[in-house]
Design a binder for this molecule. Structure first.
Ligand SMILES: *Cc1c(COP(=O)(O)O)cnc(C)c1O
Length: 443
């Protein structure tokens, strides 16, 4: 950890449970009193909906504007001055405090979607001529952001396989970000986050602060209930709130969790590009999604472990990838880095498998037939994108979420023709298996 980091973490952090209490309890209760809102008499935080805020004097207005996004001027023990919803807003602020606690971060920032958070996390410090190094297995829209938009702003993107070839990773003078997902979407490939963090930290040691590289991890698949990349040495966590953290499929959102040193830049970027999370979805995530995250995840993991073993032995299945399955690549690394708040192995709620076929064409045709059968006949499995909900969702990445990838990129990313992504819900595991059994028998 750099000396700068130590210095910034000396600031008292609001994002932590009271001494001796569990993080899961903090995700339910937060602080009984908070500078974000006077709700000492509410049990449930109120849903505020006010795009602008009364200023009783010009001094208050000035103090609010001058203090915005300035960590030197903000003091979490003093009541916060709200001005305008796009800058800051009480319900979102409460959610940000709890997300920071969940990820073990000094600050959190919430966005209108996961992509708003990811684009901010990648771009807020960069300028033309800078370089992003990315692991090639990526969420489809993140790939599109890097392939279609970054180059228009003069930002170079270089792909490097951080899972298979970390030893040959070279970071140059203009590299400003190293980016990956782990487990990666959709193949659940595992990147050794601590090993990448160590490489990035070694290069940063000789650099001035503005030239430092940030190791940015999309934690959407694992959620903080299964993995805290900052605790493994990553610099920035970003991801979607739409998935496991919302958990019920009712709202979109995204978040960044990181150190105070980048707070100002992130908040000003969000203000000027205009992508903050609105209070209504923030309120639902604050009251329903985040407090039930570990409960839902535990149930989904039990189901995933059971179905992974059953699918791995099924004659119509060529391979299964699940971080909790000992035969799955990266299992040992996953065991090390995917841990719940109490240190227990937490391999997550997603599974990827490939339907067997004598040829690529046959595997693809069978995968199509399987998801079509499920779409028409299954009761608890729904053909739909997204993940981390109370309902089990299935999709075929090659033809759906990852169809933006050119065929050779899809191959490098390890997405097979018969590839299927299963995102477990909280239904009875026997019902999920019943639907899968029938569908596999039909193809
Ligand atoms: C869904 C997803 C995103 C994007 O999140 P949105 O909320 O849909 O913008 C980013 N990364 C991963 C891994 C995802 O699954």
């Amino acid at each position: 950890m750099s000396s700068r980091r130590k210095k910034s973490s000396r600031r008292p952090s609001p994002a932590a449970p009271p001494r001796g209490y569990d993080r899961q309890s903090f995700l339910i209760h937060g602080h009984a009193r908070t500078r974000h809102w006077d709700y000492s008499h509410h049990v449930v935080p109120p849903l505020s909906s006010s795009s602008t805020f009364r200023l009783e004097s010009h001094e208050r207005g000035e103090a609010g504007f001058c203090g915005f996004a300035d960590p030197e001027k903000s003091d979490f023990r003093k009541p916060q001055i709200f001005i305008y919803e796009r800058l800051d807003e009480p319900v979102r602020a409460l959610l940000e405090e709890r997300l920071a606690a969940a990820e073990g971060a000094e600050m959190g920032a919430c966005f209108a979607s996961g992509m708003a958070a990811i684009s901010t996390a990648l771009l807020h410090r960069l300028q033309a001529g800078d370089e992003i190094v990315a692991h090639p297995t990526l969420y489809g829209c993140t790939y599109s952001l890097l392939a279609n938009w970054a180059p228009r702003f003069g930002i170079k993107v270089r792909y490097h396989d951080l899972a298979e070839d970390l030893g040959r990773l070279r970071l140059n003078k203009r590299t400003r970000a190293v980016y990956c997902e782990s487990p990666a979407n959709p193949t659940l490939q595992i990147v050794d986050l601590a090993a990448v963090a160590e490489k990035v930290a070694a290069v940063n040691r000789g650099r001035r602060p503005e030239e430092e590289i940030r190791f940015v991890v999309d934690n959407t698949f694992a959620t903080p209930a299964c993995q805290r990349p900052l605790e493994l040495g990553a610099d920035v966590v970003c991801g979607s709130l739409t998935k496991g953290i919302n958990g019920f499929g009712t709202d979109m959102g995204g978040y960044i969790a990181t150190a105070k040193r980048d707070e100002s830049s992130i908040l000003v970027f969000r203000k000027d590009f205009g992508q903050p999370l609105s209070p209504t979805p923030a309120w639902r995530i604050l009251n329903f999604g985040l407090p039930t995250l570990t409960l839902r995840t535990r149930r989904q993991e039990e189901t995933a472990c059971e179905i992974a073993e059953w699918l791995a032995a099924h004659p119509k299945v060529a391979r299964v990838r699940y971080p909790g399955l000992p035969s799955s690549p990266g299992y040992e690394i996953a065991r090390r880095q995917m841990r719940d708040f109490h240190g227990e192995f937490a391999p997550g709620s997603l599974l990827y498998f490939e339907v067997a076929g004598r040829s690529v064409k046959q595997a693809a045709a069978r995968a199509d037939a399987l998801v079509d059968y499920i779409a028409r006949r299954s009761y608890v499995i729904t053909l739909a994108v997204s993940l981390g909900q109370i309902r089990t969702l299935i999709e075929r990445p090659g033809g759906m979420t990852h169809s933006v990838l050119p065929p050779e990129v899809a191959r490098t990313a390890g997405i097979g023709a018969g590839g299927i992504r299963l995102a477990f819900g909280i239904e009875d595991p026997r019902d999920i298996r019943r639907d899968l059994e029938k569908a596999l028998a039909a193809v």
